[in-house]
Design a protein. Sequence first.
Lengths: 383, 376
Amino acid sequence: MVYLDNSATTKPWTEVLDTFYKAASSYYGNPSSLHHPGLEAETLMQKARESLASLLHTKPEELVYTSGGTESNNLAIKGIAMKHRDRGQHLVTSTVEHPSVKEAFLELESFGFDVTYVPVDARGRIDPEEVENAVREDTTLVSIIHVNNEIGTIQPIEEIGRRLARYPKLYFHTDHVQGAAHVPLDLSQSFVDLCTISGHKFHGLKGTGALYTKQGVYLSSLFHGGTQEQAARAGTENVPGIVAMSKALRMSREKQSDDKGRLSSLKEYLMERLQKIDGAIVNTPIYGSAPHIINVSFPEMKPEVLVQELTRHSIHVSTKSACSSKLQEPSAVIKAAGLGEKRAASAIRISFSFDTTQEEIDRLLAVLNSNVPEMQKVMGEKK
Amino acid sequence: MQKIYVDHAATTPVHPEAAEAVMDILQNNFGNPSSIHQHGRQARKQLDEAREKLASSIGAVPDEIILTSSGTEADNLAIVGYVHANKQKGNHIITTKVEHHAVLHTCEKLERDGFSVTYLPVDKDGRVNPEEVEASITDETTLITIMHGNNEVGTIQPVTAIAAIAHNYGIAFHTDAVQSYGLIDIDVKSIPVTMMTVSSHKINGPKGAALLYTEKGTKLTPSVTGGEQERKRRAGTENLPAVAGFAVAAVLAQKDMQNHYKLYGQLSEHFITSLTKNEVPFEVNGSNQNKLPHILNIFLPGIDVESSLVQLDMAGISASSGSACTAGSVEPSHVLQAMFHDDQRASSSIRFSFGLDNTFEDVEYIAKEIKRIMNR
Ligand SMILES: Cc1ncc(COP(=O)(O)O)c(C=O)c1O
Ligand SMILES: Cc1ncc(COP(=O)(O)O)c(C=O)c1O
């Protein structure tokens, strides 16, 4: 089995599962409870928070645990927009955001907010200057994705952050879900006020995530109730999941430093060979992209058919982001990069994990090389 | 030292079978249910099965179940989501003074956003009067949210009567059944509830999963937007392992409901008998007839709840002063306040809540320890 859909979700590592199991069976107390089981759970959670904070270069109290990337993005965007509504109703984002960001902005528009969508170039990249130019007197929030989940383009977050730092009245959020393991940001150096991560994208568990909220940044919460997470996020904390997330990020960082560019070379290797397949066009830019995401279009084919064919060979890739892959709509990201409707409607995404091997990539290439020409012919005839 | 956990209303240990279900999925099926390849499809199938089990445990159909990350989130989604989606019909909400903070603080937030909220009082048993519910309905009322069983004193509200009133007036009715589910059989088709909250970690399931039952046709504005999961009512990659564990816990809870109901009731009674035997002066906070069997809140005149809890803890007994999310604060319980209007009573009461593994010896031991503490 060759699993190459690690941008959709990753397999939890065994060590992470052990940590999870131990926490779930031995530390079942409610961390808000005052008795021993409660305090033990709280201590464990606090240790996990410190560990996560040291990996992200934040203070422990700057991390708000959530149920995942979607919730973190919603909390950051709606939370800042609503909290600072009296000061301004203008927001800035890009045209290549994940649906959890895009939909949050669409909802805010329906509440009367004014949103500027900064475009990208053919590599899917944003020009920091354009972000700065979009800023107005009444802008309260800028939210820009770090690593694009469909094509892997890395946005110049530090540079955008540095420019935005000149406007102390606005907040800068980045969706770091796809970058956290492979292109880590140092949050003490990134001029970012809010940052989203999601545990199941780096071999942690589903239902776990965090929002970095820089000290002194206040937001309206999505859920009201208890005073957990410094009242930013009510609800009993998922302690075992939280502990597992810290473990998973720590292991990711270790693997990343051991990897020494292996994945990047593997990506280049794959991209080169994909380009040689007749009828394939690689959408991921060779430079300025993450080492784990490769997006390629086969304009003469239906991408779902290719995904199914690969699945038959036990190779698992996807059409685009998982939460929208059911919809047979063309990729909004590829369209935004100006690469055309046809490419947008025929893209597949291949995404690696630290455990992906050269052998697996060769198997993928072998199946593509032997099947694509035939499939293209059949589909061409049907037209 | 003895280790006696009698704070099951705060959270519960995960049942080994539920833990097994969680681990099984974590190890064998990590797919994203929205992916179209084989891993995704298998995950989708398991998600559907879990949803089906959860739905049938309350007499609902799978499409009526929205999976969330916690009971708090489900309460918020029900209340905020409903009143926003139905704003054109009115802006008035009816609730009670004894709700969990997930409901109360949400209503307070809505007041700040321009909605008007009636917080109904309760009697000494902690019960709201259905007639008062009816009397407080106005042309503007769109939602009544009243909990099923109270988490601090265990009082069960007259939800059947309230649901009927709401139904007659065409008003939506949400009930927080976080504490009742698993001990009281609730069939959403025989009581006309519009929405209902259930949380996994209170029924020996894992943390990180909960559900909101939402009657077909109910309009809700989602609080978390993004992907198309949960029929667009709750975006975010589904937490399949936790949901699968939740479903196993739910099935077990259904299966053992009668036994648990009886056992916890007997533990409560035996506890009361033991306190009497030890000549401990006490009064029970809550209702005699309309009560959840696993929650016993007792007033121990003269004690200071904080220090008593510490002493109990040192004796290996984990209990609490009320809901866990308020346990950290020194404010007296809003539930006891609403019942007795008495600060003293509110700060001299302890909640014991029973669950798997508690025994008659446990409660005898607790009664003796209370006696010791009170004699100091
Ligand atoms: C860039 C990006 N942001 C946010 C999310 C949402 O995260 P989650 O699945 O944890 O809700 C994803 C994954 O789906 C993503 O790729
Ligand atoms: C009655 C009641 N409602 C809601 C909740 C909140 O549920 P959760 O802890 O899953 O957020 C609780 C528990 O804290 C509760 O007892």
